[in-house]
Ligand binder design. Structure first.
Ligand code: SF4
Ligand code: SF4
Length: 414
């Protein structure tokens, strides 16, 4: 896999695969790539495990999927579900290797009268979170998530009240190591980042959602094809701003709904009228700023194999640019999507990365130190650009790359 600066291979005695596979040397887990989740210090596998589909599987099937994840070095699991049965299945399966897993658990998903409910009732949320700890055979979760907030008003309400007191109490007690929030609404994500209350967010990221305006009920909006089609027009500024804010503030993103429920795999249902592959969807999410890990769901061990194939995919297989360029009225024209389709540069510049850092830098009054430092660590800087423009012929979005390299060189002084 082509590495970026944020990517790290977890090193150490026999590497991550040792514990899972029982031996040193080349293992499937050695291929896994890890990224830090913002400033939490946690290193998550770029391919994670969204475990909600375990609800429809037996304990044995769940354990087989967990073992397969471990085989590949997958170490991030999300469990938002409140159903005690599914929690037990997942908890039992990861227990032998608990310390190798980053567990993302949620405050606000509760089990009441035999049914799942979203709740902000502190007593219910407390009981539900304690139940999660018990069923996971652990006394802490790594990421304690404020569950599913899609309204800015609701966010403002809950952070002032007893719900947030509960989250703070669990953090102070060491029962959660880091506070996060899950949302589909970029305005909520922005509010959460600006509040300073969260260290990471779980956000729905795919090229189809990225063109949608910020709305509180994304799921029902998305179900209406006519509205969806009329929304197409490039990455919504609110989403771009959320990515920028996260990157600038060291708030990491873990990704849900990277496949848009499978709709993007179907040319007839995709707004782009061309099917994307899982590899392309994963690459899209992993090339957004601040994203650490994508959490697909798996029904079978073969689904895990399919997701991990991303690590071996070629640049051509990852390339999503030609698909996005088919959007009916793509306002990406002239805007870099960081797809990498323009590579290779004649002098080795990572054009997508330079553009990403440039865009992050100019969106703020002064260049943040973190962005400057990242840029200066690049092996080939924009100042090396010869202006040959060979890359521009390969950019489906007609980005004036040579001119942009000049601007980046001037901005960063290299
Ligand atoms: S310049 Fe064009 S091809 Fe290159 S990364 Fe940006 S959008 Fe993709
Ligand atoms: S124009 Fe600059 S960035 Fe593009 S291929 Fe030539 S040297 Fe590389």
């Amino acid at each position: 896999m082509m590495m970026t600066r944020r990517d790290v291979i977890v090193a150490g005695a026999c590497a991550a695969g040792d514990l899972f596979l029982g031996g040193c040397g080349e293992t499937a887990a050695d291929k896994m790539v890890y990224r830090e989740i913002g400033r939490t210090g946690l290193k998550a596998s770029v391919i994670g495990f969204g475990a909600e589909w375990m609800e429809r599987h037996t304990a044995e099937e769940c354990a087989a999927i967990v073992r397969r994840c471990e085989h590949y070095g997958i170490n991030l699991v999300d469990c938002w579900m409140a159903d005690p049965a599914v929690r037990s299945k997942i908890g039992d399966a990861i227990a032998p290797n608990r310390k190798r897993w980053i567990v993302q658990g949620h405050f606000g998903s509760v089990w009441k009268d035999g049914k799942y409910e979203k709740s902000r009732d502190p007593a219910l949320c407390r009981a539900s979170f304690e139940d999660l700890l018990k069923r996971f055979h652990t006394d802490y979760v790594d990421l304690g998530m404020i569950y599913y907030v899609d309204s800015v008003d609701e966010f403002n309400e809950i952070v002032k009240g007893p719900f947030m007191d509960l989250v703070r109490e669990f953090k102070a007690a060491g029962k959660i190591r880091h506070v996060g929030l899950s949302t589909h609404n970029p305005l909520v994500g922005q509010a959460a980042v600006k509040s300073g209350l969260v260290e990471m967010i779980m956000f729905s990221v795919n090229p189809a959602y990225d063109v949608l305006p910020p709305i509180e009920d994304l799921m029902s909006y998305y179900a209406k094809d006519d509205k969806f089609e009329s929304a197409l027009g490039g990455i919504a500024p609110e989403r771009a701003e959320l990515y920028r804010l996260c990157e600038a503030n060291g708030v990491g993103i873990t990704v849900m709904k990277a496949y848009a429920g499978g709709r993007l795999f179907d040319a007839n249902r995709s707004p782009f009228k061309t099917a994307l592959t899982p590899v392309q969807c994963l690459h899209y999410a992993l090339t957004r700023p601040a994203v650490a890990s994508v959490l697909p769901g798996y029904d079978t061990v073969a689904h895990v194999d399919d997701a991990v194939r991303y690590l071996d995919a070629t640049s051509a297989e990852r390339d999503y640019a030609t698909v996005l360029a088919k959007a009916p009225r793509h306002a990406w024209d002239g805007e870099c999507t960081y797809c990498g389709h323009c590579a290779p540069c004649q002098v080795g510049i990572d054009i997508a990365m330079v553009n990403k850092l440039y865009d992050l830098a100019v969106a703020q009054p002064t260049v943040p130190d973190s962005v400057r430092e990242h840029y200066l660590s690049l092996k080939h800087k924009a100042g090396a650009c010869t202006g040959c423009k060979r890359c521009e012929a390969r950019c489906p979005f007609h980005v004036p790359i040579a001119a942009k390299m000049k601007k980046a060189a001037a901005l960063f002084g290299a």
